[in-house]
Write a protein that binds this ligand. Structure first.
Ligand SMILES: [Zn+2]
Ligand SMILES: [Zn+2]
Length: 145
């Protein structure tokens, strides 16, 4: 799936609510997805997460983070002071994902698809016209750059 043409170009900067953790991203996203899986719902204390993935080599994170491993595949990093969830790191890939709402400009990037809609909260209506995948995306990432 191609990137949304309304996306702003990199760099992107953002961080946690208290300011102790900051990040800077020097590449365009390789995927921007809305995930409705139960782990994202619980981990974010939210009906869904909107996250963008980037090549890890393009990302600089400053400030102390703590993490927990939410599944065999994913580590979720958060600010130990304010609790903001700042990055999601697949243990099997050279990528980092960031929730769009932690960007200084939370509208800089646009979501491309919904995934794990089998666990979408029923009162949440989806009428944005984006593709909806029952579980994981069949083609989760564009080739990195
Ligand atoms: Zn913080
Ligand atoms: Zn998820």
């Amino acid at each position: 799936m191609p990137a949304n043409p309304n996306n702003h170009p990199p760099p992107y900067e953002g961080g946690c609510a208290c300011g102790a953790v900051r990040y800077r991203i020097e590449a365009a996203p390789i995927g921007v997805r809305i995930c409705h899986c139960r782990i994202c719902q619980q981990a974010m204390a939210s009906p869904f997460i909107v996250q963008a993935s980037f090549p890890k080599s393009a990302v600089t994170v400053s400030g102390e983070t703590a993490h927990w491993q939410s599944s065999a595949r994913l580590r979720r990093h958060f600010c130990p002071r304010c609790g903001t969830r700042v990055t999601i790191e697949p243990v099997d890939g050279d990528r980092l994902a960031f929730p769009l709402v932690t960007f200084d400009d939370p509208a800089a990037l646009h979501p491309e698809m919904h995934i794990w809609v089998t666990s979408r909260i029923p009162w949440l209506a989806l009428d944005d016209g984006l593709p909806q995948h029952p579980e994981a995306s069949p083609e989760p990432y564009r080739d990195g750059q």
